[in-house]
Structure formats: C-alpha cells, structure tokens
Design a protein around this ligand. Structure first.
Ligand SMILES: *Cc1c(COP(=O)(O)O)cnc(C)c1O
Length: 391
C-alpha cells in the first residue's frame, strides 16, 4: 500500500545531518528547528503564519480554539473523514453538526450544509470545517460564499492536502495574491490544520502537525494555547494544553519540504497512469455510482489534486479487497464506518440513513496503492488483478 523506505533511502544523509544538528544544539522541543520549518512552510503556502504542533488532531483543536470556537457553539463538518475531524470539535467544547457529502468527490457538500443552515439549528453554528479529502480541495467558492453570507468561520482540515490548490475562490479570502496558480490548501480559510503523520504526503518521523492562518490574532492565540496558555513563562492566561512540535520533527520536515512538490508531481503521474490503465482494461464507468465496473476518482476542474489517496468505487468492494489481499496487493478502506455511526459519537443523535451518500461511500470505496515511487509495473499488477476479479 505504501513503501516509505523508498522515500527514506535517497534522503538518508540529509536526514541524518538534520537530526545531528538537533542533537548538537539539544533543542528538542520547539526552538530553532521548528521555527525554521514554520517559516519555510508559511512561505511555501503563501500564508502569514504557520504554527508547528504535536499532531494533526491537535492542530484541528488549536485552530478551532484559537478561532474562538467553544461551548455553546456548533461546527458543521462531514461524516466521511478521519475521526479527528469530529473529535477535535468536541475537544474544543463545541458541538459537531454533520452534513452529507458529494458522491463524486467524497467532500462535504455545500448544498447539504446550506440546507442544514436553513434548518432550525442554524442559530448556534459558528464555523464550517470542510475536509480536503484524499488530497483534493473542498468546493471553496461555495463555502466562502456561505461563510460570508452568514458570518461563519471557515476552518480547513488539510491533513491530507499538502500542496493541493483551489483556483476559483472569489469571496471571503484576502485578495492581494498575484500567483496564477491559485490558492493553496491551508491558505483558504480563517485557519487550517495539517497532519504530518508518517503516512501523509508530507510526513514526519512520528506525530506532528501544523496550524496555518493569515490572522495575526489567531496565530498568537494558537501559539499561546499550544504551550499551556502561556504568553510569559509560568503565567497562564488560559487553560491551553501541551501541543508542541519536537525539534527532530521540525528538522526532518524542513528537509522533506524541499522535495514535496516533486513528490506530489509524481503522485499525479501515478494517478494518470492508473486512469490510463483502467481505461485500457475497459473497466471504467462514468459514475458517480458504480454498477458492474469501477468508478475512478476525478480531479475537479479548477482544483489541483495531490492524490494523497487514489480511491475507486465498486459495488463488489469487500470481495475485491479480499481478492487483492490474497494476491498480496495492498488496499485500504478510508473509511469503513461513517462518523455518525461510530459508537463514540452516538450522543450526536444520528442513525443509519442520516447521511445516505456517506453511508454508500463507506460501502463502496477502496483506496489503491499510491506513493511517489510506485512503479508502472506494480500499477499494472494492481489493475490486472482488479480486471481478473471483475471479469
Ligand atoms: C490524519 C488525519 C487527521 C489527524 O492527524 P493526526 O496527525 O493523525 O492526529 C485529521 N484529519 C484527517 C482528514 C486526517 O487524514
């Protein structure tokens, strides 16, 4: 599914040197190695501030808390994501409200969010938290419009989307950007959260995460909250938490930041090859729902997808996965149980049938191996096995 050793081997010397310099200075928590990464990362994304922290989960919590989201407030997000998208809202003391996804992209549906906001619950909604799932930006034009109309905060879960771009935002974001490439994930909302968990496309050697924002106020609050609410040492203005980034992670991420654009480009090449191979095998259906064959993931016009995952849909998902496993071909289900059906989230009051698109996606999605170093012959093996199963 993912062979991280292929990335590590060519970087061995550079990474060892970076780790050695942390040992030489003994700056193990925050300090210069983390500050250097924050500066480089902010420049890369075109944001004013990047705040390194301990994980993507903590980054989500920090972004929400720094944006002033807390008890008595509701945050709208998707039921089809990793658990942390919802648990971070609870950790901030707020209440998650869920809305269904778009079947073609698996991202939060702005139409469903608008319907929710027009319902009886809208009065306590303070923020929307779209997830850029699988490496493709959510429909930001629509979310920016909704946020502007209703005076809501927008927090991005960009955990899977380092380097993803969105080209069409017309409202709700600062307008002083000249680049023709569009806006990077992490620069779209009031704040964003990244994860550098080892399987993410920009990855640390352990847990790490980052908050990004263009707001000086929000950045200052996030920095305070990640260090036990301290602005001055041992003077606690608020009950923050320990959510700091390690120096080793900062040093490793600084090295990998030099390579990430190239790796993302290679992921796009791998995705294009899958497309071509599946079409050549005549297995492709138009979608968004599969019938007998498979539906391929699509890059929405106006976005730049970084293919954190390559996720196909098929009605025979479980059988196909077993068939691939028997042939020692990796695959994964992101995610088999939608969040509204998780035992831990029963108290939110949803049930089977609450979000039909998310539930259907959970039954049909299968993520295939994708990483920058994946070879064409390996992809051919994957596609041939799928063709054999489906025939
Ligand atoms: C990985 C991930 C997170 C959590 O990040 P951690 O670094 O593992 O805490 C949050 N949201 C999404 C969408 C993720 O994929």
């Amino acid at each position: 599914m993912l062979d991280l050793k292929r990335q590590y081997q060519p970087l061995y010397r550079e990474l060892m040197e970076a780790l050695g310099s942390v040992l030489a200075t003994q700056q193990f928590i925050l300090g210069e190695p983390v500050a250097a990464f924050e500066k480089a990362a902010a420049e890369r994304l075109g944001v004013a501030h990047a705040i390194g922290c301990s994980s993507g989960t903590d980054a989500l919590w920090l972004a929400l808390a720094a944006a002033g989201i807390g008890p008595g407030q509701d945050v709208v997000t998707t039921p089809f994501s990793f658990f942390a998208s919802v648990s971070a809202i609870l950790r901030a003391g707020a209440t998650p409200l869920l809305a269904d996804i778009e079947p073609a992209t698996f991202n939060l549906s702005p139409v469903a969010v608008e319907a929710l906001l027009n319902g009886p619950q809208d009065s306590s909604v303070r923020a929307i938290l779209p997830v850029h799932l699988y490496g493709q930006c959510a429909d930001w034009t629509a979310f920016a419009r909704l946020a502007k109309e209703r005076n809501l905060k927008l927090i991005e879960d960009a955990a899977q989307a380092w380097g993803a771009e969105y080209h069409r935002v017309e409202t709700g974001v600062p307008s002083d950007r000249s680049s023709s490439l569009g806006w990077k994930a992490g620069a779209l909302g009031d704040a964003a959260a990244f994860s550098f968990y080892p399987t993410k496309n920009l990855s640390a050697a352990g847990d790490a995460g980052m908050v990004t924002t263009n707001s000086d106020v929000l950045a200052e609050r996030a920095r305070m909250l990640r260090q036990h609410g301290m602005r001055r040492r041992y003077h606690h203005d608020e009950t923050g938490w320990n959510a700091r980034m390690d120096g080793f992670q900062g040093a490793i991420l600084t090295v990998k930041l030099r390579y990430i654009d190239g790796w993302n480009q290679l992921r796009r090449t791998v995705a294009r090859r899958y497309h071509a191979l599946f079409h050549a095998a005549e297995l492709v259906e138009a979608g968004p729902y599969p019938i007998h064959g498979i539906v391929l993931p699509q890059e929405v016009r106006g976005t730049h997808h970084v293919w954190h995952q390559y996720v196909i849909r098929t009605t025979r998902r479980d059988g196909l996965r077993q068939f691939l496993t028997e042939r020692k071909i990796g695959s994964e289900i992101y995610y088999p149980v939608p969040l509204h059906l998780q035992a831990a989230l029963k108290s939110l009051g949803y049930s089977e049938g609450s979000f039909p698109e998310a539930e259907r996606a959970a039954r049909e999605v299968l993520a295939l191996p994708i990483f920058p170093e994946l070879r064409e012959d390996e992809q051919q093996t994957v596609v041939s096995a799928i063709a054999e199963f489906l025939s």
